[in-house]
Design a protein around this ligand. Structure first.
Ligand SMILES: [Fe+2]
Length: 356
């Protein structure tokens, strides 16, 4: 009894810190998952505040990008730039990534093998063409603006191998969802074209905006996520990445769009908007440079030192990743190895694979 009181007391500061920052789990944090507090509007208050501060930071950072880019991003919730790199730079980068030997983290989602390489400074030192992308001026400015954080993102290589010969597992990426309760961005530079063959990114344009209908939906979801046991409807409510049904999406006035793009396209998306990974019809690959810049949504300001802040985030995240690695590899969820990404032959004329 005494031990459990001490245990809970020790966790209270952590729960409060999460409440005042990016915490989103209704399951792990009893303050965020408290039915009474959410009935009084805790979740929707956090949503509104985070959105207002995001808009405020975007306003201050607006000189970083053109008005066309700003209005596309703010209208749709995403920004598409085809032929982002010069042909020569793209081909050199593509070749370099195919030959790259680095620490790979591999998980299975559905029948897709997802491999990721965290492109920290050590790996970048072995990849000069990637380093050139890392310092690309236009990419830097776009990411600093769209994230509203004025710092370069964390970089990964993500390589998907669809319909791999594996035992299927649940795939959380295939359901339409919002990543979290606050606006934040992920970005992809496509090294392969994306199509129905390898699964295009699916997004509901405009769903990043906080409308009255969306706010009411958020409120209902927050109450649902607080329920326990059999009272809770199936789906991933507990972790704060709310799934949205087709009916609710239609009621809120959104339609999904499949973003099939040629290789060498940059896509920056606000993942508060509803999105998912589209179904891949064939045995196929999709490699992207994957970027993410997420931190405290309640900080009204951003860093005045983009480079050194990015360096600090990279160091901290690398340490956190090692801890996550230990948990996931011990639990059999993830495999880590040093080497190249899997690019087995996938014939273009192969049979269409059944639904996964
Ligand atoms: Fe997502």
């Amino acid at each position: 009894m005494r031990r459990s009181v001490i245990g809970i007391t020790w966790k209270v500061p952590k729960w409060i810190f999460e409440l005042l920052s990016w915490g989103k789990s209704f399951k792990n944090n009893p303050i965020l998952g408290n039915y009474f507090l959410n009935r009084c509007g805790l979740h929707v208050t956090r949503v509104i505040l985070a959105h207002l501060l995001f808009r405020f930071r975007l306003l201050l950072l607006s000189p970083l990008v053109s008005s066309e880019d700003r209005s596309e991003f703010n209208r749709n919730g995403y920004l598409l730039k085809k032929n982002f790199l010069s042909h020569e730079d793209f081909e050199r980068l593509s070749q370099e990534l195919l030959e790259l030997n680095a620490p790979v983290r591999e998980v299975i989602e559905g029948t897709t093998i997802t491999q990721r390489v965290f492109m920290d400074s050590e790996v970048r030192n072995t990849a000069p063409n990637f380093q050139k992308l890392y310092t690309h001026k236009s990419l830097d400015r776009l990411m600093r603006y769209c994230s509203s954080k004025n710092r370069p993102p964390l970089f990964y290589i993500e390589n998907l191998y669809n319909h791999a010969n594996v035992t299927p597992r649940p795939d959380p990426q295939r359901d339409l969802h919002a990543d979290t309760f606050h606006p934040c961005v992920k970005a992809w530079l496509y090294m392969d074209e994306s199509s129905d063959d390898n699964g295009s990114f699916v997004y509901a344009p405009g769903s990043h905006r906080l409308t009255w209908k969306r706010l009411k939906w958020e409120y209902r979801q927050s109450l649902e996520a607080c329920k326990r046991g059999s009272d809770r409807a199936p789906g991933r409510y507990w972790d704060g990445s709310f799934r949205v049904s087709k009916e609710d999406l239609a009621k809120m006035g959104y339609k999904v769009k499949k973003l099939s793009v040629p290789k060498n396209t940059l896509l920056i998306g606000n993942v508060y908007g509803f999105h998912c990974r589209g179904r891949a019809l064939r045995k196929s690959h999709r490699m992207t440079v994957w970027m993410q810049a997420r931190d405290n949504p309640f900080n009204p300001l951003f860093t005045p030192f983009p480079k050194s802040t990015a360096w600090l985030f990279e160091r901290v995240w690398k340490k956190a990743l090692m801890k996550i690695d230990r948990q996931k590899t011990e639990g059999g969820e993830q495999r880590n190895y040093f080497g190249a990404l899997t690019r087995a032959e996938c014939s273009k004329v192969s049979e269409i694979v059944g639904s996964d």
